[in-house]
Every structure is written in C-alpha cells, then in structure tokens.
Design a protein around this ligand. Structure first.
Ligand code: ADP
Ligand code: ADP
Length: 229
C-alpha cells in the first residue's frame, strides 16, 4: 500500500475546476517532484493534502486512512504531514529555536526542555546549530527557509510537502535549501516537492509528476522524463 493515495480527487474554486479526477499514489520514501505550468494546480494539490483547502469529491488517504475520515483526528493527521511554503512564515518575535520548539510544546505537549533539545538537534541538522538564538530578521532567506524546514520536521511527520520553497530566494541561497532537502531525501523522508529546480528534479526525484490544467498528464522516473525529445 502506498503511504499517500489520491483517488479521483476533484477541487473547484467557485466555477473553476482546479483538480480534475486526480489519481496518484506516493510510496513510502518516494521523492515525488511535481512540475507543470503556473496555474496547473500543483500548489492546490499540496494544500488539499494538508487540508488547507477542502476537496469537493474523491479521497486522499494517508496510510490508508482518509484525511476526511470523520472518525480520524484531523489534527493528528495534519501533524503527520509537514509543509513548507514559498514564504517562510516564521514568528518574527521568536528565535529560531523557539520557532522550531513551539508546535511540539503547544500542540503535542512535549516538555519544554525536551522540545528545545530536539529543536537544537534539528537546527544542527539543517546547518544552523550556531543560529539557534537568532531572530528571523537576523537570518538570510535561505537560513529562514531552513528554520521553516526544521520547524516542520519537529512534528516528526511521515511526509513532507514543499511548495516552491526556493522560489522567493536570491539565487545564491537556493543551493543551501536544496541541499537540506537532498539530505532529507537521502534519509528516506517521503516528499512531495513542487519546484522549478530541474537539476534537483533530475538528481533527487524518484518520480516526476507533470500537471497541466488540473490533470496529471505524466508520471515517470526522471531518467525517462528528461530524456524525452
Ligand atoms: P500552480 O501551483 O500550478 O501554479 P495553483 O494550484 O496555485 O497552480 O492554481 C491552480 C488554479 O487555481 C489557478 O487557476 C488559480 O488561479 C486557482 N486558484 C488557486 N487558489 C485559488 C483560490 N484561493 N481561489 C480561487 N482560485 C484559486
Ligand atoms: P502559487 O502558485 O505560488 O500558489 P499564486 O499566486 O497562484 O501562488 O497564489 C497566491 C495566493 O493567492 C494563494 O493563497 C492562492 O490560493 C490565492 N489565489 C490564487 N489564485 C486566486 C484566484 N483566482 N482567486 C483568489 N485567490 C487566488
């Protein structure tokens, strides 16, 4: 069974049919890169997976459990799906450490000293061990985005969703964020990644999913995808 399954998923914004009968299965440890023209529905697909948007029909399942299951605890399901956005959305008046430790403390009830020890470890893992006391305004965009990744990881998710996380960065800062994502992939994290970084797609993806006008029009290994004439 796949970790994440989409079955006949349809999403409308008013009259606009944005996701059309999406069938997709993401296996455990798969790095699924999603590409396609602007407006094709990539971001909406991720946002529906995290229930930031509601779908109108079909089903999205995590480990076989529908995200819409009325008996499932949506907060628990959501904790299992980490998401990182184009904008960093860090709390400006909290340090990197506090940003990462906050949700485990508040949402999961982890003891403060444990949450902070975990946060320190996660920040080290994304290469920010020396910035734990820094505020977002004191960090570069690339560093802030790495804090955002650490913050998502702090909930110990089963799958991570990345929505164009390098698109707002200065070009020289893109590499350090992609490197963290590559490390995560190497460690076996299941990931859905919307990106324009074709080098990353070619080297790190297990599968390329091509969207166009709300449909999945292709799903192939990168070797095959990038070899096409
Ligand atoms: P992509 O990520 O591939 O650029 P999006 O998922 O952002 O595509 O958008 C898909 C379509 O849905 C676009 O036509 C966009 O204008 C529309 N859309 C996205 N978000 C909303 C929204 N909140 N309200 C109305 N339409 C939206
Ligand atoms: P992205 O493709 O990176 O998601 P967009 O510019 O498509 O960026 O969307 C930015 C925000 O505006 C998103 O929150 C999206 O839901 C919303 N949005 C996009 N298209 C529309 C639309 N046609 N009507 C209302 N909101 C929209």
């Amino acid at each position: 069974m796949s970790l994440l399954e989409f079955e006949k998923v349809n999403k409308y914004f008013g009259e606009t049919h944005v996701l059309k009968d999406i069938d997709l299965e993401i296996d455990e440890q798969e790095v699924a890169v999603v590409i396609g023209p602007s407006g094709s529905g990539k971001s909406t697909l991720l946002r529906c997976t995290n229930r930031l948007e509601e779908i109108q029909s079909g089903e999205i399942r995590l480990d076989g459990v529908p995200l819409t299951d009325p008996d499932a605890d949506i907060n628990v399901l959501r904790q299992r799906i980490g998401m990182v956005f184009q904008s960093f959305n860090l709390f400006p008046h909290k340090t990197a450490l506090e940003n990462v430790a906050l949700a485990p403390k508040k949402v999961k009830g982890v003891r403060p000293e444990d949450a902070e020890a975990d946060a320190r470890e996660l920040l080290e893992r994304v290469g920010l061990g020396d910035q734990v006391g820094s505020y977002p305004s004191e960090l570069s965009g690339g560093q802030q985005q790495r804090v955002a990744i650490a913050r998502a990881l702090a909930m110990d998710p089963d799958v991570m969703l990345f929505d164009e996380v390098t698109s707002a960065l200065d070009p020289e800062l893109v590499g350090e964020v992609l490197e963290v994502m590559r490390d995560l992939a190497d460690e076996g994290m299941t990931m859905m990644v919307v990106t324009h970084e074709m080098g990353f797609a070619r080297e790190v993806a297990d599968t390329i999913t091509l969207m166009s006008e709300g449909r999945i029009v292709e799903r192939t290994p990168p070797e095959q995808f990038f070899e096409q004439p």
